[in-house]
Design a binder for this molecule. Sequence first.
Ligand code: CO
Ligand code: CO
Ligand code: CO
Length: 326
Amino acid sequence: MQVLHQIPKLYDSNVIVGYDESDDAAVYKISDNLAMVQTVDYFTPIVDDPYTFGAIAAANALSDIYAMGAKPVMGLNIVGFPAEKLPLDVLVQILCGGSDKAKEAGITISGGHTIDDNEPKYGMVITGFAHPDKIITNSGAKPGDVLVLTKPIGTGIITTAMKEDIASPETADNAIKIMSTLNKLAAECMIQIGVNACTDVTGFGLMGHLHEMVSASSVGAEINLQNVPIIPGTWELADDLIIPAGTMRNHEFLSDHLIWDNISYEYQMILCDAQTSGGLLISVPKEKSDDLVKELKASETLTYAVIGRIIKDEHQKIRVTNGKNE
Ligand code: CO
Ligand code: CO
Ligand code: CO
């Protein structure tokens, strides 16, 4: 984010991942064997049902901890709520959705803070732990690595269509299920196998988060559109020009970093689509990639798609091709 460059920086040598890294979460080294991993995420409702909104917001907040290869242990609620405009039961439903998701993740919610706000907002601060040497950053991708994605994309376009009541019920339900799913199992698989880099796919879209990874790792990447899992119905909505503003901003921002090789406007938008609670994007050494995919499959993650590979490129570009699979 541009704003962050203008704020004076505070340094502590125990902060081993911080602002400068633009990674998923901050990491504080407590001892040689223990690091604390922390993140905060909250947003306005993306679905109508308050319970579902709470569950998605919690899954999304937890995701940054999973992306670092850490184990979440505790959450704190962050809530904005218009108590004069909405019945308190709506707030109860939001918090129940968050609480049930926290329970599924095996963490406690140990407090939080609520303010009066014109529009509801919900999310969490999450604290996790990991061994300092086992933190999985987004800067370790190596040429030859295989890129694996654990959830299909398209939730930005679909939730925008849902707000306008033009997404089909099946498409909407599918997107809700995907956004509500924890990245817990995917993270456990990647920790078990041992990978070079990881990030979760959220607001900057698949291409934006891959761009962060390739620039942090000083490499390039090649993606084959044919192998990218896309939620059914997304293309039709993109074709109807249902494109969120954030997605268009991502596309514009990334224009210098991407090479579109015979990719239509609709698919360019889908690949840049701003996701909520998206999957893990994992950079794994080629010799371990079959084992990772096998583990993900056995854990029944939503998908375990090999979407491309890391290449050597001093310009750190991402090339997207549309090649048939051999
Ligand atoms: Co993230
Ligand atoms: Co985040
Ligand atoms: Co307070």
